[in-house]
Structures are given as C-alpha cells and as structure tokens.
Design a protein around this ligand. Structure first.
Ligand code: MCA
Ligand code: AMP
Length: 501
C-alpha cells in the first residue's frame, strides 16, 4: 500500500499520490479562478465577499505595484498584519511574482522583528502599524521598503513579464521557527512542498468548492496560512476570515455564513466548548484541531454535543501536515491519526523520534546548511517529536526530543525566554518550563536563581514585557535557592517543574 492510501476516497485514480505538488501554488489557484470566476472566494467584515475573478484582478494589480517598486523573483517580502482580504491579496501577489513570503507574528516586538529582518533581508515589508515599520526600518536600514497598510498603496505598474512564472521547485515561504534547537531559523518551503500538502488534505478531508471555511486563525503561522488559506484556495472553496478569535464571533460567523469547516487550536476548541453554544457546530461538515495535543475529554464533549468527532491532525512548519485522523473511519481521541497522502513516517531506532519523508518536506533552513544537515537522518527529516504507533498504524505523540513549550498553539522556546531573563542583574541563571494548564495546554513558567529575590519579580516581568511577544512571557516567575543541576552543572529541566507546581 502506498503511504497515505488509508485516507483516499473510494475510486481515487491510481497514481494520484505521485502527482502531488507538481505545479506551483499560483498555477493551481489560477486554474480554479479561471474555471469558476464568480465563485465567492474570500470574505472579511470590511469588504464582504470577493469573487475568484476579483481576487485574480486584485492580486494582479498588487503584483504590478510590487514589481514596479523593484521586487524580483526570489526577493523576500515580510508580511505582518491581522487577517484581512488585503493581507490575502498581498500574500498571493507576492507569490505570483515569485517572491518569498516571510510571515511575521503581529505580537513580535522590536528584538524579534529585527532578527527576522537581519536574517531574511526582505526587500519589502508590509505591516499593520507605524511602530512595526519603525522597528523594521531601524533593523533593515535603507535596504527594505516598508509600507504600513496591507492595501499596498504603491504606484501601479504594468504586469511583469514573469507573473505566474514560478514552478513547483521555486521557493514560496520563509517561515521562522526554532526547529529542534537554537535561534529562530527560516524554514524555506517551495511551491511544490506547500501544494503537495494541501492537495493531500483536499483528498483526505474531502475538501470541495462547496465548502465554507470559517477561519479565526492568524495568517502568519503554518496552520492558518499553509493549511487553511492555501487549502481552501487549492480546493476552490470559500473562506470567511476573522480578524481575531472570539468564541461568540466564530459561532456567529458559522451561522451567518453557513460554515461547513472550522479549523482551530485546542485552546479555541476549549473556549468554544465552554461557550454554551457548542451544539451550533453540529451544522459543520468537519471540524479540525491541531498545533497542540487535543485533550481526549474535550474531544468527547465536542463529539457528544455536536454529533461529530473532531479530526485531529499533526503538523509542523517544516513539513506542513504529517498525519490526520481519517475522514471516513475511526477518529481516535489521543491519536493524531495516519500519514496523509504522500507522507512516509518512521520512528528512529532507540529514540522513537518521528522521522518523515515526502514531497511536503521543506527545502532546508535559510542560509543554515549545518542546521539543515543536522535536521535530516539518512534523508528523513527529524521532527523532534517522539511517537508510538498503535497496532493498526495510528500515531500517538508521546514526547519531544526538542525543548519546546506549546501554549495556546504557539511555540515558545525556553532558551529564548531564559536568555532574556539572564540579562537582568538580579538573575544568575534561569530555567523556563511548560506546566500543564487547562486553557493553554502548557503554561510558560520560569524558575530563577538569585543574587536577587522575590522583590525583583515585578522588574523581571517588566523586562519580559519589553523584550518578548506576549504569548512567550512567563505567566509566573519564582526565585529558587538553587536550580537543580546534574554532575556537569547543567540544569535538569525535569526536576524544575516539581519546584513550580
Ligand atoms: C494570547 N495570550 C497567550 C496566548 N495567546 N498566552 C499564552 N499562550 C497563548 N497562545 C495572552 C496574551 O499575552 C494576553 O496576556 C492575553 O492572553 C490576551 O491576549 P489576546 O491576544 O486577547 O489573546 P487571545 O486572542 O484570546 O489569544 C488566544 C488564542 C491565540 C486565540 C488561542 O493564542 C491564537 O491565535 N493561537 C493560535 C496560534 C496558531 O495559529 N498556532 C499555529 C502555529 P496579557 O493580558 O497578560 O497581556 S503553526 C503550527 O503549530 C503547526 C504547523 C501546526 O501543526 O499547526
Ligand atoms: P511548529 O514548529 O510551530 O511548526 O510546531 C510544530 C509542533 O507542534 C510539532 O513538532 C508538534 O510538537 C506540535 N504539534 C502539532 N500538531 C500537534 C498535535 N495534533 N498534537 C501534538 N502536538 C502537535
């Protein structure tokens, strides 16, 4: 059996898996737009529905502006803004030009944005606030043109000769993540990587042009951008964008727009379940959870109240989606399901680290050949997650080899937070851990070793407020007499958590 066969609908043509990701995203989307120009494609509250033909025209216009401003294939375009049609247009326009989109979380502060700007060297940055623009200009000197406003209000220009000229091997996205170790690195994904994953999801999740996806996820991480937005554009479906997540707003949008699909992280599903209105989601065709483990109790509550079990799936910035519970068949609580079409998985001998191979696996870390080489094992990408297979091939994630905290679906790297804490004179050393938490899944908490003491906690919280995006900040900082260490003097993280519980 070819990997991923378990997800295929009956009657799928032989060889379909070999054909995944063989074009560019923009070729696939262009075909959709040409075949159904009047199809309502993207909605936001400010502009209402935009049809496929309008999306084609608007992305062409913005591509012309970007090209007239000097943007060429391969140049990086940093995008950082809340979800809107204008942001979607800017994203697609950059891809149509062959530029590489660098999505940036709107919560990033100056230090975090400066790292992206130094590393990715974008030629153009499109942001939502004057403050972000100042930070980028300060970090990038005169090298990056910075525009505030996702309408990209630059002078119009003619269609560039290279519009839609990219192929499947060309780079599309530079998504920053720390991978298994170290400072944030840019994971470079090609058009083919990204397209193969959403084509696989189209098959696995039976995604059709009749689907209406209610999308409250931000468009600056893989879940909202590379899974949800790209997936809907590739399937020719419709997308209802929400500027931010709010349970009542999401439920209202499902009702008002006759939503058939809803994608969220477990924190969102928890808030929906607590809203008292979760039964309204019975109207959906499918709800998907991912980015962090879905509590089996929450899974059961939602299934009971809506009549549908959520599809839990497992993904990663470097690989988009690896596994999903099946659309037809057992949607197993506590399991992330079976490899999606095209994806092969194995567990490394000894460590049981999950390793992956397939057309979805990224091209490498931007300008980091050593980090790229270290992330592969005999041609298989090492996820840093530890897995176990049930007898019938369902995967469970049972641990991590990487130091990572996932809070509300956002990744937090303990090392980054520790480095910030250590810059304070009251702190000799710091250990940041994730404690189990009912709302966030894991909560970021820090243990610090003096010279200072509890009187300094307020100053440390202030320091983290100035240096770190809000979701990375420790919710609690505790001074301890001494951090637990092994014989080599290295802090033993496993012994830190009990000190804080
Ligand atoms: C907000 N806050 C958080 C988080 N989000 N604290 C910890 N963890 C978080 N994730 C804090 C803020 O710092 C603030 O604290 C307070 O909550 C309220 O902030 P607000 O912005 O209003 O929060 P919210 O709108 O309620 O945000 C919760 C959220 C959001 C909607 C669950 O975190 C979110 O959008 N998460 C999804 C992230 C995502 O897209 N992940 C996919 C990564 P204070 O009041 O102290 O300032 S891609 C990925 O993981 C792979 C590829 C995959 O498999 O998908
Ligand atoms: P990121 O680096 O932001 O792409 O996050 C990827 C990581 O999120 C994976 O390596 C997993 O550790 C985690 N993850 C994603 N989906 C799930 C899931 N359904 N269950 C458990 N962990 C998940």
């Amino acid at each position: 059996m070819t990997p991923g066969d378990a997800h295929l609908p009956a009657g799928t043509a032989v060889g379909v898996i070999d054909g995944l990701g063989r074009r560019s995203l923009v070729q696939a989307w262009g075909e959709r737009w040409a075949s159904a120009p009047d199809h309502p494609t993207v909605f936001d509250d400010a502009a209402g529905w935009v049809t496929a033909a309008e999306l084609e025209q608007r992305t062409r216009t913005v591509a012309g502006r970007m090209a007239a401003a000097g943007l060429h294939p391969g140049d990086r375009v940093l995008l950082s803004a809340p979800a809107s049609i204008d942001l979607v247009v800017a994203h697609i326009a950059a891809l149509r030009l062959g530029a590489v989109v660098v999505p940036a979380n709107t919560a990033y502060l100056e230090r975090e944005l400066a790292h992206l700007v130094h590393d990715a060297a974008p030629s153009l940055a499109v942001v939502a606030s004057d403050e972000q623009a100042r930070w980028i200009a300060a970090a990038g000197g005169d090298d990056a043109a910075v525009i505030v406003g996702t309408d990209v209000a630059l002078p119009d220009g003619p269609d560039p000769a290279w519009l839609d000229g990219v192929g499947s091997e060309d780079p599309a996205l530079l998504a920053y993540t720390s991978g298994t170790t170290g400072a944030p690195k840019g994971a470079l994904l090609t058009h083919g990587n990204l397209l193969s994953s959403v084509e696989a999801l189209g098959l696995a999740w039976r995604w059709t042009p009749d689907d209406r996806l209610i999308l409250p996820l931000p468009l600056f991480h893989m879940h909202g951008l590379g899974v949800a937005l790209h997936g809907a554009l590739t399937a020719g479906g419709s997308i209802v964008l929400r500027r931010a997540f709010d349970a009542a707003d999401s439920l209202d949008a499902v009702a008002a727009h006759h939503g058939t699909q809803f994608f969220g992280v477990p924190t969102m599903w928890g808030r929906l379940a607590a809203s008292g209105r979760i039964d309204e989601l019975a109207a959906l065709r499918v709800g998907v959870s991912g980015s962090a483990p879905l509590d089996p109790g929450l899974h059961a509550t939602i299934a009971e109240r809506t009549g549908h079990a959520l599809l839990e799936r497992y993904g990663m910035t470097e690989t988009v989606i690896l596994t999903s519970n099946p659309y037809d068949g057992d949607r197993r609580p506590g399991s992330v399901g079976l490899p999606v079409p095209g994806v092969e998985l194995r567990l490394a001998e000894g460590t049981a680290e999950i390793e992956v191979r397939g057309p979805n696996v990224f091209a490498g870390y931007w300008q980091r050949p050593d980090a790229t080489a270290a992330s592969f094992h005999d041609g298989w990408f090492r996820t840093g997650d530890v897995g176990a297979f049930d007898d019938d091939g369902y995967l469970r994630i049972v641990g991590r080899t990487k130091e990572l905290i996932i809070s509300g679906g956002y990744n937090v790297y303990p090392r980054e937070v520790e480095d910030v804490l250590r810059t304070h004179p009251a702190v000799l050393d710091a250990a940041v851990v994730g404690l189990p938490h009912p709302e966030w899944g894991e909560q970021v908490v820090a243990a610090v070793e003096g010279p200072g003491g509890p009187a300094d906690v307020a100053a440390l919280l202030e320091l983290t407020r100035a240096q770190l995006a809000s979701y990375k900040r420790p919710k609690r900082i505790v001074f301890v007499d001494a951090l637990p260490r092994n014989a080599l003097g290295k802090v033993t993280k496993a012994e830190v958590a009990p000190l804080l519980a």
